[in-house]
Ligand binder design. Sequence first.
Ligand code: COA
Length: 318
Amino acid sequence: MKIIGTGSAIPSLSVTNDMLSVFLDTSDQWIRTRTGIVERRIISDENLKDLAVEAAKKALEEANMDGSQLDYIICSNVVNYYVTPSLSCLISGEINAACPCVDLNAACSGFVYGLDMAQAYQLAGKAKNILVICAEEPTRMCSWKDRNTAVLFGDGAAAVVVTEGDDFKASYITAKYRPEILYYQRALEDCPFVTYQQRGVPMYMNGKEVFKMAVNASIEGIERILKETGHTADQVDHYILHQANMRIIETIRNQLHQPVEKFPHNIERLGNTSSATIPILLDELNKGGKLKQGDTILLSGFGAGFTAGTCLFTWTMN
Ligand code: COA
């Protein structure tokens, strides 16, 4: 499998830490030092589907492909306006696609899960050209009265088009049963026969547990992938990690004894956009001319579940 196009789209509204401290008991200093976040983009006038369609169109354009040439659309998404139909189906209608579509929910690990799935479909001979897209609006999952969660998130979408090739060397995805450390419960319709009516619970997060799980899962995945592909940590040119907290990225970097330049980040500008962080960053690096042909790239994501995913590939676009 290889990537032949990338694209991303972010909302226009930038919300700074100072803007949050007007209605939350928090400060720019606390958020910056504990998370690395300075501002985030939040959906206001836009809607998530339109951002997703914009990202998809950009990726298709770079791949020099029309939506009708896609064999499959895999969309990583946790929440959007609809529960059904799927977001991938809504996107397909606006990019001229006529292929099967599926949404996947692996929380913030969704991009690596999506790539893993895409490669499996390719290897099974069931699809060649696949759109893997992540579109997320975590700002609609947290309570804006809860400083523990609301300060961390932003919205955004990003996509890649993949086709057959030899760039992808290995991927490793995991899920460990830890629902109690990070969850969001949607409201369900009342039913006269049910004894428990579910009104919905905003996102709950045990930050310290999530922090530990994130570092451990990421390190486990990275070490495993390096071993499987016969690479040393030094041979990786870019570690594109899920942008959840700058301190998580720094802890992982220190454990791998790697220089800061190898760990690009945009968390300071965009916050945690769930599964969209990795493909948004990949697109920024691609469009910014930061990726050279032959570079070795490692992606590592982690999120609610607790899920994690790591993969390694060679960059051959340019
Ligand atoms: N502003 C100001 N103070 C805050 C705050 C905020 N936004 N959020 C929490 N605090 C306070 C706490 O109430 C606590 O006060 P206390 O010492 O009086 O009890 C203090 O700051 C320290 O809180 P703590 O939770 O121990 O901070 P932390 O160093 O663990 O950082 C996180 C909190 C959430 C930033 C950090 O744990 C984290 O990033 N975890 C991972 C989260 C994540 O990655 N989530 C997404 C996964 S995909």
